[in-house]
Design a protein around this ligand. Structure first.
Ligand SMILES: CCCCC/C=C\C/C=C\C/C=C\C/C=C\C/C=C/C(=O)SCCNC(=O)CCNC(=O)[C@H](O)C(C)(C)COP(=O)(O)OP(=O)(O)OC[C@H]1O[C@@H](n2cnc3c(N)ncnc32)[C@H](O)[C@@H]1OP(=O)(O)O
Ligand SMILES: Cc1cc2nc3c(=O)[nH]c(=O)nc-3n(C[C@H](O)[C@H](O)[C@H](O)COP(=O)(O)OP(=O)(O)OC[C@H]3O[C@@H](n4cnc5c(N)ncnc54)[C@H](O)[C@@H]3O)c2cc1C
Length: 672
């Protein structure tokens, strides 16, 4: 059901903030979107999706039962998919079905997540990345046209991280030219796949392939699990929803078990390896991990996804902080806007800067991903290890940083930030999951660490290393870098910290081996340091990439846009330098005086950014329908919206709840 929202005048405090803006907001929006044409395209897509009000709910999702919430999510997913299929893909181009604009516009329909998200987010990319041309011709058009709806079922009850340990089996039967899928134990049940519980009729399944009596490790299979007409699970399939969780409430994450369930031979996704009719196994991939390609793709897209979520949280918290007034600074003076407190600016301006850092880095990462994939298609897999290391650490650090900054945004909104109507709890719980799914934080940083240790050893022996670790060639054999408080100096210090930490890991591993440990134990004992080293490497990549991209993208900007973009990037460098003072003292010549100076300059920068704060979040150009926030709407009518949302609580539907007569009154009368 559609809800009509009253149009209100902009709150005078927000109106005054907007008058203070000294830069061209649209120019900054264009930079964030990736160009003027991209902004226009985004607006056009948003207009198509949002101007008919289909996304608005009379009753907030959180006030519905689990079943109602799911049914409402399906209703809206169907409306949204229809718009995507019929109107939006014409604008983005069919090949850009994974366009972040489509993903972001979907947020207007779902405070939480659409049950179809994994269909477009993982099922379709797996078809594209893992199928032969014949398989693609068979399934992709149906999937894009929503004739089949898919999920990605890899994780099992007993194993998520360790893919090689998955237990589901796919045993080839040459007589019938079929694979037999089986779940031999309770721990082998698929668990978690989004959209699997109630929505999907197909899924991609990762299973151990057995043929001619031999196990060939994990491979991907496409499996129909429900009847297309009745939607009933097919015989041999046990499928359901896994139950309530912290977020993802409308995503029907599911479980799935197979009882000797048969699929045709052609349902093994055979781009990188195949099973012939007679059962002969033929591997064509030049790299053993190409079947993990969908995960790498999602890790890459998550960096931009984190920028988006952070920009939403920052917009909410900064608009609210401009309207909220609290505490007298001096007797009898009006209470200041809480945005005037430097402590509030410290919590929030880094969120704007980080959203920019992630957005600019994500575009660069996406281009790198595309280039490496183009090489892989030509048979050259040389750059895959670097891409894996890069996408792993950027996924880990961007999701982790976004999560803690979003929590800061909630803290910055005091009690009202705890209200679901602020939308901050939804954003937080969505982002909390990203730190775990598609590879847990620690696990992915340890993957990057493997690459870094090898790179360090190469650099140590005088060999050139790949571009993202090229700093090792300069710093691997240097003890401490000379501190220099310019942006170049700070970037070099981050590289020196990374090189110093990686070197320390290598020495720890070697020392442990010398004292009698085998390599595995020496590595294991060093993993706390290895995680820290990979994080440091990621920070070095982030500061360097953000800075370079900011300079490149503002080359033809107006002077004031250059200034404000520059200020944000400097803020980002200083914030992290101050967060890492212990490391700087260890790996650079920084002195206490240098750090005191840095702190003072950081505080001055907060003050310099203050007048532009509201306009900087306006530049994210997030429509109210996408923000879903009583605290963050463009007009800043915070108190009216909080009250309006409170009226929607089902508990306010009747003046006296029946439980009064049933329990409270008897208790009061001593009759219970
Ligand atoms: C409307 C439009 C929609 C568009 C949607 C667009 C965007 C979507 C945005 C948001 C998404 C929204 C919602 C999505 C919600 C949820 C989805 C969640 C899905 C999932 O979670 S799926 C399951 C994901 N699971 C994991 O990630 C498991 C993590 N584990 C692993 O990746 C691996 O097991 C491992 C930890 C990397 C280890 O693998 P293993 O086979 O044991 O290998 P090793 O022995 O450790 O390493 C050997 C060697 O191989 C290298 N390696 C490993 N992985 C890769 C790789 N992927 N690529 C290249 N190389 C790899 C490794 O580094 C080793 O190399 P050495 O040289 O050191 O030997
Ligand atoms: C909301 C959500 C949606 C999801 N959607 C899907 C989906 O659509 N499809 C799908 O297949 N899966 C999905 N998943 C599953 C997800 O990919 C896994 O939960 C994730 O990969 C982590 O695996 P795990 O749960 O087995 O954690 P575990 O691997 O058991 O990790 C538990 C802890 O052990 C630590 N640990 C594990 N291994 C190591 C190691 N080698 N060294 C050091 N520490 C280690 C981790 O750091 C972590 O702290 C989803 C998960 C969530 C939360």
């Amino acid at each position: 059901m559609k809800a009509n929202r009253p149009k209100r005048d902009v709150h005078p405090d927000l109106a005054r903030e907007r008058l203070k803006c000294n830069f061209n907001i649209e120019e900054v929006t264009n930079i964030i979107d990736g160009g003027k044409d991209k902004t226009l395209e985004r607006k056009k897509i948003e207009d198509i999706a949002l101007n008919n009000g289909a996304c608005l709910d009379e009753i907030p999702d959180e006030c519905l039962s689990i079943k109602e919430r799911y049914e409402n999510a399906i209703r809206k997913s169907c409306i949204y998919s229809n718009i995507v299929r019929n109107e939006m893909l014409e604008i983005t181009g069919m090949e850009n079905f994974e366009s972040p604009v489509l993903r972001r516009t979907a947020d207007a329909f779902f405070k939480d997540i659409s049950p179809f998200m994994l269909h477009l987010g993982m099922f379709v990319p797996t078809l594209i990345g893992q199928s032969t041309p014949e398989q693609m011709a068979e399934w992709l058009p149906k999937a894009l046209d929503m004739k089949i709806i898919g999920a990605y079922a890899q994780t099992e009850l007993g194993h998520g991280t360790f893919i090689r340990g998955l237990e589901t089996t796919a045993t080839y039967d040459p007589d019938k030219e079929e694979f037999v899928l089986h779940s031999p134990t309770i721990t082998s049940y698929k668990w978690w796949a989004g959209g699997l519980g109630k929505t999907a009729n197909h899924c991609v399944v990762m299973a151990q392939l057995y043929t001619q009596g031999e196990c060939h490790g994990t491979h991907l299979f496409i499996v129909q699990i429900r009847d297309l007409d009745t939607h009933m699970p097919l015989p041999g399939i046990k499928v359901g929803e896994i139950g309530p969780r912290m977020g993802f409430s409308s995503a029907d994450n599911g479980f799935l078990g197979f009882n000797s369930f048969r699929i045709p031979r052609q349902n093994m996704l055979m781009k990188h390896a195949k099973v012939e009719k007679d059962g002969c196994y033929v591997k064509s991939a030049k790299h053993g991990k190409l079947t993990y390609g969908t995960m790498v793709f999602i890790r890459v897209t998550l960096v931009s996804e984190m920028s988006f979520n952070l920009s939403k949280a920052a917009t909410i918290a900064i608009r609210y902080s401009a309207v909220r007034r609290q505490t007298e600074l001096r007797p009898n003076e009006p209470e200041p806007q809480i945005l005037d407190y430097p402590t509030q600016q410290h919590k929030l301006f880094i969120c704007i800067a980080t959203a920019h850092a992630f957005q600019l880095t994500s575009k660069w990462l996406w281009d790198t991903f595309q280039a490496v994939m183009a090489d892989v298609r030509k048979g050259n897999v040389d750059a895959l290890p670097e891409l894996h290391a890069l996408s792993s650490c950027l996924k880990a650090v961007s999701t982790s940083d976004a999560l803690s900054h979003i929590e800061q945004c909630r803290f910055a909104c005091g009690g009202h930030g705890y209200m679901l109507s602020s939308n901050l709890p939804f954003i937080y719980s969505f982002v909390a999951a990203t730190r775990t799914y598609e590879g847990d934080y620690t696990v992915l940083l340890l993957q990057t660490a493997r690459f870094l240790v090898k790179a360090w050893e190469q650099a140590e022996s005088g060999n050139n290393v790949t571009p993202t670790v090229a700093y090792l060639n300069r710093t691997a054999n240097t003890k401490r870098v000379v501190w220099d408080n310019t942006h170049e100096g700070i970037i070099q210090s981050f590289q020196a910290i990374a090189a110093g930490k990686i070197g320390q890991c290598v020495r720890s591993i070697r020392d442990r081996i010398k004292s009698g440990m085998d390599y595995e134990d020496a590595w294991l004992m060093t993993t706390v340091q290895l995680v820290a080293a990979a994080e440091a490497h990621c920070r070095a990549v982030l500061v360097n990439t953000y800075w370079n991209e900011m300079i490149r993208l503002t080359k033809s900007s107006s002077a004031n846009v250059k200034t404000v973009m520059h200020q944000l990037a400097v803020l980002y460098l200083m914030y992290w330098a101050l967060e890492k003072t212990g490391d700087l003292l260890k790996y650079s010549s920084v002195s206490k005086q240098d750090l005191d100076d840095l702190q003072r300059r950081y505080e001055e920068l907060l003050a310099a950014l203050r007048p532009n704060a509201v306009s900087l979040v306006d530049a994210f150009d997030l429509r109210d329908e996408i923000l879903h926030s009583s605290l963050g709407s463009y007009d800043g009518c915070v108190y009216e919206r909080l009250m309006e949302e409170a009226q929607k609580s089902p508990l306010n539907a009747e003046p006296v709840n029946p439980s009064f007569h049933k329990y409270i009154k008897p208790l009061m009368q001593g009759k219970l």
